[in-house]
Write a protein that binds this ligand. Structure first.
Ligand code: ATR
Length: 490
């Protein structure tokens, strides 16, 4: 179930929110601490026709504002007497809790007497406790209907432990949430964890907890409501990775072909820990992106010839004898680049490759395999020279002195560096170089869709492309490795 958090500053705005999201939401949570002023509670029937959880979060648990103890107690009692479907009452972790353990227990008791379902919750906003079982024992002492544990995993190992913890209590009515980027898989695979619902906050409302996404994304990208416990899981790993468009592409294809599978982003700190998590969740296919494309190779039991040659892998498929590694960046780039140049055959084309990092390696290797002649220019000349020596092509430093050398390579520029990408928007790798009409620039960056160098090239009348098509093409090939099916045509 999707629980949409009503976290606007007034009851009136929250009513609008419930009306707007009643199609997607299975239930709502009214977060009283997010109201800017103390207001009378609405009758739940006037608020929405969906079940509502009434919650007041204390500031130390991520609450919006300090609420006096008397108001806290009064509002919970008001919600219970108005017949809210659930109340979420926290379990204090220390003696200094503002409300007091006995008082909270009495509230829960009152709610049960009035047939209001009780969620007893516990929050660790900054970390994940080593001993989750001890936390569970503390919370399970309470005779509440539903147990909720929200923690902040600090890496893949914490995420795996959280899944294992949920599995160990499969018969308990519960909601287990990993907050933040590392916890994101728990939000999407909540049914796999045995959680009763997942929380989501609409754009524009105050984020109820770190790591939540909007109801629209849950529905449109992850088809959340149809994810089954037994669905095959694929993922993209990187750090950072939450901005990735790969879940949009792969989930759309999985949905189109009605496959029982879901594709999620997994933020990775240590690869060893990720592969333990992947084993635990039985992840069947992994897309790999920055900064792990080279490091993952040692985790493969076998690799394709391209991966072997360039040492960079962006696709891993689980098999009975370990992970198989492939590189679809190369062919993904070539398919899209041929379209860009409008040439089926790249042999004899003369191209400037900007950069000599992991992405450049794959692209330069692919272009050389197709018979193109290359000039590799890079900030660190040694890296350009090493790559050029390997691929038998030319190398120059990324300085103004090299600009005249570009004339010998007139067919296109391929930009592979970080310059211009989100976080580096102000960088232009060819600053000072004047493009002229009839030149072509292919920038593999796709976010933002127009980089600084692309803008300059467009202004000079050049034909340009960003890397969106390459992203799509490499994903198509990857999809085939993952599912043994062709990527759907539209
Ligand atoms: P990726 O796998 O995405 O290619 P990478 O292997 O770290 O990442 O390579 C990054 C590329 O961007 C390199 O060519 C790097 O140049 P250096 O080899 O000199 O490091 C290039 N790059 C990064 N920041 C740059 C900048 N500010 N100006 C020019 N080139 C830059």
């Amino acid at each position: 179930m999707i629980c949409v958090c009503a976290t606007c500053g007034s009851i009136r705005e929250n009513k609008h929110l419930t009306a707007e999201y009643s199609r997607i939401a299975d239930m709502f949570e009214l977060r009283y601490d997010k109201l800017t002023l103390d207001e009378p509670l609405p009758n739940p029937c006037d608020f929405t026709d969906k079940p509502v959880i009434f919650t007041i979060r204390l500031p130390q648990d991520g609450g919006g504002r300090v609420i006096h103890k008397d108001v806290f107690i009064r509002k919970y009692r008001e919600a219970i007497s108005l017949g809210y479907a659930y109340v979420d009452i926290h379990v204090p972790m220390d003696e200094d809790d503002d409300i007091g353990s006995d008082e909270l227990d009495r509230l829960a008791e009152y709610a049960r007497g009035e047939n209001v379902a009780v969620v007893r919750s516990i929050h660790f906003m900054d970390s994940m406790p080593r001993n989750l079982e001890m936390v569970f024992d503390k919370i399970a002492e309470k005779t509440g209907d539903i147990l909720k544990i929200a923690v902040l995993p600090k890496g893949c190992d914490d995420t795996r432990r959280l899944f294992a913890f949920a599995d160990a209590h499969s018969s308990v009515k519960k909601v287990v949430v990993g907050m933040g980027d590392y916890g994101f898989p728990t939000r999407i695979l909540s049914r796999r964890m045995g959680s009763l619902w997942t929380y989501s906050t609409p754009a524009g409302a105050s984020l109820a907890a770190p790591g939540q996404i909007t109801p629209e994304l849950l529905e449109s990208v992850y088809r959340f409501k149809s994810i089954q416990k037994t669905d095959t899981v694929y993922c993209v790993i990187g750090n950072p990775i939450m901005h990735s468009k790969s879940p949009h592409i792969h989930n759309a294809a999985l949905r189109k072909q009605s496959l029982s599978a879901v594709y999620i982003p997994v933020t990775v700190d240590k690869l060893d820990d990720f592969f333990r998590l992947a084993g635990y969740l039985d992840i069947r296919g992994v897309s790999v992106t920055v900064p792990f494309k080279e490091e993952v190779v040692r985790h493969c039991s076998s690799v394709s010839q391209e991966v072997d040659t360039i040492g960079s892998c962006n696709t891993m498929v689980s098999s009975h004898d370990g992970w198989k590694g492939y590189n679809t960046d190369i062919d993904g780039f070539l398919v899209s680049f041929r379209k860009f140049l409008n040439k089926k055959d790249l042999s004899g084309t003369r191209i400037v490759v900007i950069g000599a990092g992991g992405s450049a390696k794959g692209i330069a290797y692919g272009l050389r395999r197709e018979g193109a002649q290359l000039l590799i220019v890079n900030r660190t000349l040694k890296k350009a020279k090493d790559l050029a020596a390997e691929l038998e092509c030319e190398a120059l430093p990324l300085t103004a002195d090299s600009f005249s050398g570009f004339e010998q390579y007139p067919d296109a520029f391929v930009q592979t560096t970080n310059c211009g990408m989100r976080g580096y928007e102000d960088l232009d790798p060819l600053e000072g170089y004047e493009f002229h009409k009839h030149q072509k620039l292919y920038d593999i960056v796709y976010n933002p869709p127009v980089t600084k160098i692309m803008k300059r090239a467009v202004d000079a009348g050049c034909k340009v492309s960003n890397g969106e098509e390459m992203l799509l093409e490499q994903a198509r090939l990857q999809y085939r490795y993952f599912t043994d099916r062709c990527f759907p045509s539209s």
